[in-house]
Design a protein around this ligand. Structure first.
Ligand SMILES: Nc1ncnc2c1ncn2[C@@H]1O[C@H](COP(=O)(O)OP(=O)(O)OP(=O)(O)O)[C@@H](O)[C@H]1O
Length: 482
């Protein structure tokens, strides 16, 4: 990582190498970036900006992390309001950390910490694991190595992601037909697209020393392109990109409206595909729904394999929690996991964050994880869920969306244009609230729980069979969960 990037990431400038406790500056930077990500998720964008945006990591010394803030007021406030959270998240990231020391930094010693969006996944040229790390150290501009946790082994497969997983596997096995080029993965926030891309990169690089994989976020692609333009070194940039065997661009939606960068990406894309190289792209929408992308690019993006990563189901959430707890070597009672899987429905990132907080809390206070501690530790998150989503809100939103009266949610009418939205509302009530089937049934005109069960399985079936229908339900889910 170069000095500038180091500072951009809210880190103090220091000489490269390893910190005490065998952790490299890059790893530490990643941990800090994730801690900040969790903080932002946890306390919300506004609070984060107000209080923590200027926090800078000074370093890790033994078991103590030091974080600097520019004023005493900020230091005291952060200490009081977020000190425990910071410690818990650091502990979850790095079990060696026991304490977080929050201090003021002498004036003029560091830069602001940027938005997370600015520092999220960077670029990595992936070779075998060890080589990739060396590469990252030798080539400061290729700053972020692939996340070692994002492999196929750690990816939990369920109905919502099995197709995307199968496609990713096929490409990673090196047996994909041209029909898999490009592989376009799309779906909502935090559902595992980046994880799958990294997994492909790891797998390919472990398979052969010869294969070079370039992974970058669309933003990074843009930054690199723009700075190449400034340095008048676009030829090198092009050559560098066109020399790889596999190019992965994550979160392509960030290229929307960036015409010059899109143009460059389009040419790179064509050059690579024409010479038989593999392209893998992720975005939050399917190619046909990515408005703001040039038509010729959209057409090319959609001409390979397009795989949707659907919103999680209760079963998948539970399986993910079980896998993560087992991996962390922590015993979390089944009831606690069921509770989390039922409650934390927005995405896997949030679910993972909740589990990490519970584990960190248990470690910190040397107490077992129980349903009671889950309520206590996650009360703010759970309150947000409780506050946000009620069955009434779901009914209102769905009725509005399909242009029917809210009263039809409880009526006896069985016409398709009424019954289908009602089934969708029941399905969302099951997904987004912790209400039981009989409770949901009661809210829908005293219907039996078997009717709700039927609605849930019907909607699940339709989501799998009909992408437009799936899109509609996903849209409603997002509206309800923002
Ligand atoms: N099926 C899964 N099994 C295990 N972990 C998962 C799964 N899906 C997501 N995760 C975890 O959830 C977190 C968020 O996933 P990821 O970053 O891949 O999401 P994304 O779809 O790329 O989101 P974004 O659109 O925000 O970039 C990661 O820590 C990832 O490991």
């Amino acid at each position: 990582m170069d000095t500038q990037t180091w500072q951009e990431q809210g880190l103090e400038t220091r000489s490269p190498g390893r910190t005490r406790g065998e952790i490299s500056q890059d790893e530490l930077a990643h941990q800090w970036s994730r801690v900040r990500g969790r903080l932002q998720e946890e306390i919300g964008e506004v609070e984060y900006r107000n209080w923590l945006r200027q926090a800078v990591l000074h370093g890790l010394d033994g078991d103590e992390v030091t974080v600097m803030l520019p004023t005493r007021f900020l230091r005291d406030w952060v200490n009081k309001e977020y000190g425990n959270l910071l410690t818990a998240f650091w502990q979850a990231e790095n079990p060696a950390v026991r304490r977080v020391d929050i201090r003021t930094r002498p004036a003029g010693t560091s830069e602001r910490a940027p938005d997370l969006a600015e520092v999220e996944p960077k670029t990595a040229i992936a070779r075998p694991a060890a080589a990739a790390r060396r590469e990252a150290e030798e080539r400061p501009d290729m700053s972020a190595p692939l996340d070692p946790r994002f492999t196929f082994d750690t990816f939990v497969v369920g109905k919502p992601n099995e197709f995307a997983y199968a496609c990713a596997r096929r490409v990673a096995d090196g047996h994909a037909s041209p029909g898999f080029n490009p592989l376009f993965l799309y779906g909502g926030v935090g559902l595992g697209k980046t994880h799958l891309m990294h997994a492909i990169a790891w797998e390919l690089s472990q398979r052969s020393d010869e294969v070079t994989v370039a992974y970058m976020s669309a933003e990074k692609f843009m930054h690199k392109f723009v700075s190449a333009l400034r340095r008048q070194s676009t030829i090198e940039f092009k050559n560098e990109l066109r020399s790889v065997d596999v190019l992965m661009v994550d979160d392509l939606q960030f290229l929307i409206g960036k015409d010059g960068t899109q143009e460059e990406f389009f040419h790179t894309f064509n050059a690579l595909v024409d010479s038989g190289k593999q392209i893998i792209v992720s975005a939050d929408k399917s190619p046909s729904d990515l408005s703001g992308i040039e038509d010729r690019l959209r057409t090319r993006l959609g001409c390979g394999m397009v795989a949707d990563v659907h919103a999680t189901t209760y079963e998948l959430r539970l399986a993910i929690l079980e896998a993560k707890a087992a991996r962390a070597g922590v015993v979390v009672p089944g009831r606690v996991m069921e509770f989390l899987a039922q409650k934390i429905t927005a995405n896997v990132r949030e679910l993972e964050g909740a589990l990490n907080r519970l584990i960190a809390h248990a470690n910190l206070f040397e107490r077992p994880v129980t349903l009671e501690t889950a309520h206590e530790v996650l009360h703010d998150l759970l309150r947000a869920y409780d506050r946000k989503i009620t069955i009434e809100e779901i009914q209102k939103q769905v009725a509005e969306h399909y242009n029917i009266r809210v009263s039809e949610m409880s009526s006896a009418r069985r016409a398709r244009n009424i019954a289908r939205p009602r089934q969708i509302a029941m399905y969302l009530a099951k997904q987004l609230t912790s209400r039981s089937l009989p409770e949901i049934g009661r809210k829908f005109g005293n219907r039996d729980h078997t009717t709700v069960m039927h609605a849930v399985s019907k909607v699940t079936e339709l989501i799998e069979a009909d992408p437009d229908f799936a899109e509609d339900v996903e849209l409603l889910r997002r509206i309800l969960t923002v």
